[in-house]
Ligand binder design. Structure first.
Ligand code: FES
Length: 207
């Protein structure tokens, strides 16, 4: 069905009746109504991946929380973006990601993780931070400064895969990928080549 032929969807968002336009996600409807939901792996213009879970919301009658960035509204659905359960989960995700950053990693002044931690009043969890620091230091990936035009600090990477999707789906270049597993997973250029030796064209998408 063409997206223009799809019907609008009436549902409830934080107690207010709202209408989703064809193809809109819960996150997009919230955004349009000025409701801020934390989000890290989602970037308007990129295909939603739903991998960070910072945007989870509570849907009445559903057992598990839903990632709002990739959840399509259903007629009559009742969504709570800031219920205690949703907020607890959103903050836990932020704390886990904060804990994963090595202590030696300087956060960028425009760190989105830090922005959402501040906006949601989420302090670093001392216990998580202590445990995460040990693992993070062990898995240090460092900075790839091999490219003449830009560098990448892989220690600050939260593997949101926005760069992968931008490279593949927006730029159509398919240089970036997510390699390895678990704590060793990391963004790589081509076959894990130094960025400067890879086929990267330094388009530097602002993701
Ligand atoms: S922003 Fe929705 S899962 Fe990451």
């Amino acid at each position: 069905m063409n997206q223009n032929d799809m019907p609008t969807v009436d549902f409830s968002l934080d107690g207010q009746p709202v209408q989703a336009l064809p193809g809109e996600t819960v996150w997009e409807v919230a955004q349009r109504h000025g409701v801020a939901i934390p989000h890290l792996c989602h970037q308007p213009g990129l295909r939603p991946a739903g991998n960070c879970r910072a945007c989870v919301v509570e849907v009445e009658g559903e057992r598990v929380l839903a990632a709002s960035c990739c959840r399509a509204p259903q007629p009559g659905m009742v969504v709570h973006t800031h219920s205690p359960r949703a907020q607890r989960a959103q903050r836990t995700v932020l704390q886990l990601l904060q804990a994963d950053a090595p202590a030696t990693t300087a956060l960028r002044h425009d760190s989105e993780l830090q922005h959402w931690a501040t906006a949601t009043g989420t302090p670093q969890h001392p216990g998580l931070k202590a445990r995460g620091a040990v693992q993070a230091e062990a898995a240090q990936r460092g900075t790839d400064a091999s490219h003449p035009a830009m560098s990448v600090n892989l220690d600050a990477c939260i593997q949101c895969t926005r760069c992968v999707r931008a490279c593949r789906e927006t730029q159509g270049n398919d240089v970036l990928g997510l390699a390895f597993r678990g704590g060793h997973a990391q963004i790589v250029f081509d076959q894990n080549d130094p960025m400067g030796d890879s086929t990267c064209v330094a388009c530097a998408p602002t993701t």
